[in-house]
Design a protein around this ligand. Sequence first.
Ligand code: ADP
Ligand code: GN1
Ligand code: MG
Length: 363
Amino acid sequence: MNEHKMWDIVRQFGFAGETESIAPFGRGHINDTYSVSCTGGYKYILQRINVSIFRHPEDVMNNIEQVTLYLRDKIRERGGDERRETLHVLRASDGRTFITDNTGEVWRAYDFIPNSVSCDIARNAGDSYRCGIAFGSFERDLADFPVDRLKETIPNFHYTPARYDNFEQAVRQNFAMRAEGCSDEIHFLEERAACRSELTDGCAAGKLPVRVTHNDTKINNVLFDRVTGEILAVVDLDTVMPGLTAYDFGDMIRSGAATGAEDEADLSKVGFDISKFEGYLRGYIEGCGGALTKEEIRVLPRAAYVITYEQALRFLEDHLNGDIYYKISVPGHNLIRARTQIRLLSEMEKYMDEMQRMTAAYL
Ligand code: ADP
Ligand code: GN1
Ligand code: MG
């Protein structure tokens, strides 16, 4: 990244104090995140939005601004700390919520939430319970937000049937000539294709309501207090848009109830931790505070399976297409990721009855 350009962007946001350092931050697969430290102890988050994925950054920022302002009111009403419990979008000197630089790259900034940390993996059922509470409360706080005010920032984002079609197209096109090297994985996913429409059919039949959802509910998108560990804020709001709670719950399980990292190359380390599942389930239902319908609760175990299936399709599709969507740091990274998801699917198949039993207790 061009140093001068970064400093120029920072200048346009008019941060308080003199800028002391700009350093890469976080481990996301899509955007580029930096922390900016200024004199006087001021700190900011600066992000380059990936516009080949988020094609309408104005819609993204409009969604985020509406949602965070709404959350601020809720936080204030309950006597919370609005500086630490949600993101605060900063405006550039021209009053806009993002800057387009002279090379067409798009930037936005937030106040850095002080004394916060995120973690990439839930260490135990307690962590997963707190993560469940965080995303559940997020859903509850936004339950009355008029969903039609939000734009769909990535069309069909969690519409698994369309994800399957894209995957099949990638297999047929075999653009990077890699299909032969992953024929077992392709076969595994094709054999299980029937699951792709389980949730979207429920929605089409009017059984699962469309709500304001987060759509990227990885545990590292929750900030906790560095000292006390208490839940602070849900971040990474680019994909907040109309969606199904099932996918939000499911992605917490996919990303957080596995015993290994999403890109663990040693598959023997990738298992399913049913105690973490139980923690997320309890936390999420409690956090939602009665907002979920019986049908929304009933599908939660299957939702964990369907979104893991979707993510396997997405990683393998990107591998077949030559790694054009997710950032990679080693050759074959997307294939490694697809394999962990496939492994997790097999593990979930073994635990499905138990997950269903645990969930039935809430019906
Ligand atoms: P990505 O889309 O690349 O995942 P995120 O918005 O999730 O980007 O930011 C990356 C990481 O930066 C998060 O996991 C979180 O740890 C941290 N982070 C994001 N926003 C803030 C903030 N306002 N204050 C403190 N940390 C933040
Ligand atoms: C991406 O940006 P990040 O790393 O939080 C992706 C998610 C995937 C996730 C897999 C906009 O999220 O959908 O589940 O990687 N975000 C987008 O780790 O595609
Ligand atoms: Mg993130």
